[in-house]
Design a protein around this ligand. Structure first.
Ligand code: HSE
Length: 315
């Protein structure tokens, strides 16, 4: 057993355009790191947070990392355990890249490892969902499930929880651009209509089935055709500077498909290779600059591995 562990958990793209709350995938970068140390004093404490500009709570009951780890200890009957946490944010908050999910998952994976792996990654998922509930009011799993399991994930059902790992074409690259405007997930969820028309539902589930089929068939054209959202994107597009022009530019630069990452404001595109993905991010950033909006870009393959233990040692 190790007394100190450092874990990285990846950013994630949730929804994947048509699969609101049910589809997501992990990327290699960015992501967050947690350094967790076992101590003799029972309880979970946040000792330090870096990279958040002082915005995240240090209070253990309100921080998503410590709160979900506390729930895990309670579930395991191990409230005698003491855990000190350092959270190193390496990705923007409120970006639509699963920032809270990456932190929470890194914390849960670290705690589970320090306790001798009592739970499987899948068994950690409900605790990660509690973290999401604290962060945005809803325990959606489409960021935490891929952050925890890696790869492309479908949440087939929430009650009962039924999670399916999907295959994906190995050459698929993801281009992400984060425009420098903040969209809290909690607010972005309030924009969505609560009822849908049957004809829109038919279009949407056709696209979800098409996207999943495309992943199984390695059919990138089908994946691209299916990346359309008639339910959520029309409401959220207004939160993103010049969203529809960004889509045109991404498609003209060779994107397979384009859309909002999670609840935004990040946008993402799939591309056939790294060079095209870079060309897409450059074009989108150029356009945002012309609108006087700063941005950050990330290019990454889909991350099949999920969380990574960076270091563990006996103190
Ligand atoms: N499915 C969630 C939403 C993801 O769209 O609100 C948040 O990142």
């Amino acid at each position: 057993m190790f007394d100190s562990i450092r874990v990285f958990a990846p950013a994630t793209v949730a929804n994947v355009v048509c699969g609101f709350d049910i589809l997501g995938f992990a990327v290699d970068a960015p992501g967050d790191e947690v350094l967790m140390t076992r101590t003799d004093t029972p309880g979970v404490r946040i000792r330090r947070i870096t990279g958040d500009n002082g915005r995240l709570p240090l209070d253990a009951a309100h921080n998503t990392v410590s709160a979900s780890v506390q729930q895990l200890l309670r579930h395991l009957g191990r409230e005698d355990v003491g855990l000190d946490i350092e959270l190193h944010k390496q990705m923007p908050i409120g970006s639509g890249l699963g920032s809270s999910a990456a932190s929470t998952v890194a914390g849960l994976v670290a705690a589970n490892a320090l306790l001798g792996q009592p739970l499987t990654p899948l068994q950690l998922l409900p605790f990660a969902m509690l973290g999401e509930e604290l962060a945005c009011g809803t325990g959606h799993a489409d960021n935490v499930a891929p952050a925890l399991l890696g790869g492309f994930v479908l949440i087939r059902s929430y009650e009962p929880l039924d999670v399916v790992r999907l295959p994906f074409p190995p050459e698929l690259y993801c281009a992400i651009v984060f425009p420098d405007v903040e969209v809290p997930t909690r607010d972005a969820r309030q924009l969505i209509r609560r009822t849908v028309l049957l004809k829109d539902a038919v279009t949407q589930w056709g696209n979800v089935a098409g996207l999943v089929s495309g992943l199984f068939l390695n059919d990138t054209a089908l994946i691209g055709r299916s990346m359309q959202d008639v339910l959520v994107e029309p409401a959220r597009a207004i939160l993103i500077p010049d969203f529809y022009r960004l889509r045109e530019l991404a498609m003209a630069a060779g994107a397979i498909g384009f859309g909002i990452s999670g609840s935004g404001p990040s946008v993402f595109a799939f591309a056939h290779d790294a060079a095209t993905a870079h060309a897409i991010t450059e074009r989108l950033q150029q356009h945002l600059t012309s609108l006087q909006v700063g941005s950050q870009a990330y290019v990454s393959p889909i991350n099949a591995q999920g969380p990574k233990v960076l270091r563990h040692e006996l103190v």
